[in-house]
Design a protein around this ligand. Structure first.
Ligand SMILES: [Zn+2]
Length: 145
């Protein structure tokens, strides 16, 4: 299990370093912890989770540049920057409802990138002052968003 030597199991109550790490086993980068972005991302996660107060599965969080390329991820992916999460709806919640609730709260939560895919929703905290929205339809979507 990936842990930080100085922050326990994760950056927030319901989010672990293991969930934030790359699927290839690379831990979430320390530099993104030290510059504070992980806490903004964790706050977004907790805000979303708090809407339903139910567990949310993370399909994808941090990706190394190599792993992102291997799975066909978008160039300049926010996942490589440690600023993105691909989230599955809580049990019993439809994807449309999950997406719509997140979208209506995006501004308040500090979400700046929002993508709707067939089985999950991508959220990110890219450093722009607006909300970028798109729709994905790829078969490999859980890997590529
Ligand atoms: Zn994504």
């Amino acid at each position: 299990m990936v842990t930080s030597p100085f922050l326990g199991n994760g950056p927030s109550v319901h989010l672990t370093w293991k969930e934030l790490g790359c699927k290839d086993g690379t831990p979430y980068p320390k530099k993104f912890i030290l510059d504070g972005r992980v806490f903004k991302l964790a706050a977004v996660f907790e805000d979303i989770r708090g809407i339903w107060n139910k567990p949310i599965t993370i399909h994808s969080a941090y990706r190394t540049p190599e792993y992102n390329k291997k799975i066909g991820g978008a160039r300049n992916s926010q996942h490589v920057q440690g600023r993105a999460l691909d989230l599955a709806p809580p049990k019993g919640i439809k994807l449309d409802d999950f997406y719509n609730k997140i979208k209506s709260n995006a501004s308040e939560f500090g979400i700046h990138g929002l993508g709707k895919y067939t089985t999950f929703v991508h959220v990110d905290i890219r450093p722009v002052d607006r909300l970028v929205v798109w729709y994905g339809n790829g078969v490999k979507d859980s890997a590529t968003a």
